[in-house]
Design a protein around this ligand. Structure first.
Ligand code: ATP
Length: 287
């Protein structure tokens, strides 16, 4: 399979501040890669370099075999981009916004209504965008990024601060796009979203990738698996017991739990991506 995205030592600095520091990674065609990191980690700056909006200070980005700086327009014709801040024409309807984009991209046989159905905006297509809520605007932004049937889709924090229905709609569209064969580059600081959607996740912190693997492998490598049991004490109160799996003493501990305790509930636990992020970087995803 061809590499859809190659980031080769990508670096960017705002004056003295190095926002992205010699970042290397590759994304295969049809893959969903998420950049997971707290505010200010360098996610948006990376997306801007990948999509030709910022020129790297060092290194380069190659999309579908084309150098982004040298062939910006050809690259941009093949990609869809959705940023956090809505930049829609508020006075125009949703359909007009989409049709305008289709015209700019020279897309023939464009069906705005069908695209609006996909993002759950059917019935609202003729309404002016200024009447939309934040979630509806974001769904329209996602729709707009799909107008040119992009081979690579860049979504910068697409569900940030949205209601659950809008978030779920957007996640479903992302999965459908992968089904269609598109490559997806997603940034988020939502570990559940990264876990659910991504084939691989890159942890980004202070402009550097500190880990990159499948969610499963990250959990295997850095996480600890455990079972948690609620046991009833003699006075009737419940106590929580945790047994770490993958220890030499695990089998004995489990046997002891069942022979010597009155087990009320039991469930297995695995590390979350946030647990692992904290373990690697010493800080959480919230800020
Ligand atoms: P967020 O989730 O807040 O969007 P992020 O991971 O996308 O965070 P970036 O927006 O890429 O992070 O920012 C990386 C660093 O660069 C931060 O320290 C930020 O303050 C700084 N930065 C971003 N844009 C500018 C700018 N235009 N001028 C100066 N510094 C900037």
């Amino acid at each position: 399979m061809e590499e859809a995205i190659i980031a080769d030592q990508l670096t960017f600095a705002y004056d003295q501040l190095t926002a992205v520091d010699h970042v290397d990674f590759k994304v295969k065609e049809g893959e969903i890669l998420s950049f997971l990191g707290p505010n200010g980690a360098g996610k948006t700056t990376t997306v801007k370099m990948l999509t030709g909006q910022l020129r790297p200070k060092e290194g380069k980005a190659v999309l579908l075999g084309m150098d982004v700086v040298q062939e910006t327009e050809r690259v941009q014709a093949q990609i869809g981009v959705c940023f956090e801040d809505p930049n829609l024409y508020e006075q125009m309807s949703a359909e007009e916004n989409l049709n305008l984009f289709a015209k700019l991209f020279g897309v023939k046989d464009f069906d705005a209504a069908a695209l609006l159905v996909r993002v759950g905006l059917d019935g609202r297509g003729k309404d002016r965008v200024e009447t939309y809520s934040k979630g509806l605007k974001q769904r329209l932004m996602v729709a707009r990024s799909l107008v040119n049937r992009p081979r690579i889709l860049f979504l910068d924090e697409p569900t940030e601060g949205l209601d659950p229905v809008s978030s779920e709609t957007i996640r479903n569209v992302i999965l459908e796009e992968r089904e269609r064969g598109a490559t997806v580059f997603l940034t988020t600081h939502d570990m559940v979203e990264a876990d659910k959607l991504s084939d691989r996740v890159a942890f980004i912190d202070h402009g550097e990738i500190v880990a990159l693997d499948t969610p499963h492998n990250l959990k295997q490598l850095y996480g600890k698996r455990a079972i948690k049991a609620e046991v009833a004490r003699a006075d009737g109160r419940l106590e929580i017991k945790e047994i770490i799996l993958d220890n030499p003493e695990t089998a004995e501990a489990i046997q002891e739990l069942f022979t010597q305790e009155q087990v009320v509930t039991i469930h297995s636990e695995e590390a979350t991506l946030e647990d692992i992020f904290i373990r690697i970087t010493g800080r959480g995803l919230a800020g």
